[in-house]
Write a protein that binds this ligand. Sequence first.
Ligand code: FE2
Length: 331
Amino acid sequence: MLRVATQKPSTLASWCCSAVRVRCKVNLFCDSKLDDAKRREELYRGSIFVYSPSPSALKLCEFAGELIEGAFHPHDPRRVQDHIPVEKCVEILADLKPRFIHHPRSKELIRGLLTERGCDLEKTYFDVPRLRTAYPSNYLASGIAYAFHPHRDTWYSAPFSQVNWWIPVFDICAENSMAFHPRYWSEAVPNTSDGYNYYQWNRNSRQSAAQHVKNDTREQPRPMVELAPDPQLRVVAQVGGVMIFSAAQLHSTVPNTCGLTRYSIDFRTVHLDDVWKKSGAPNVDSAATGTTLRDYIRAIDFAHIPEDAVALYYDGTESDFVPSPSSASMA
Ligand SMILES: [Fe+2]
């Protein structure tokens, strides 16, 4: 059942999974006027927020779109799979993605976007924005364009206060978007995250993304049981529309069957107060070690999170820490 109710000052849609045996409910807030503190509380309860395009989000998409179009010229980036061999595409992505990720303009536009969304720039930290691609799966779905199986980011050593931001660069449809699997917000999934350590990943696996063209042999946290794909929620936002959700939300890449490549931007934030308090979403099944907290930079001046705050997350593996690769061509 999908129930939509108009509330002042925000619009809230509530997606109830009462048709399945397991009770679950995920609230979807549209253009909410909640302040950032209340929004984070809702996110930690499993709510999802969607916002209409704002000026900085549109500029970010425009900037990414120009880089993408320049890289694939003279082809339409959403149809490159019809025109160039996959190896050539991977070569282009291996140059394009780090250029966007580390461009100073990307960071400035993220700061503008966080301002528009009411975040406190003194206490909100973000990591570099990723440029994701979802090609038709018979073309490229591994390595640098990895099609993510159902996962929580907390299986990958994200803190439970992490908030994910996701923005389509070009028009998307339900068949090339991403999916949430709301019944698993509160239901544990047996998984292999206990074998994942973020520092080891940075050391061994991340930089090789572009080498995995046909299949991806890198060990990643996975469900150990067959999951029920439905009910699932796919949000089809406009270009520059922003979707925000908790790192503990189970989500996946939708198998791209629409014939058009999806390009999207995502980045993550944490609020320093929540880092200090170790607050956030409940942990139902994550056992990864290490932490991604050192990847975050403060929105106001791009300073890193104080190490004494990171120290609260030490788990005995911190001596393995290595900085994330600067040429991060992440999947
Ligand atoms: Fe994810």
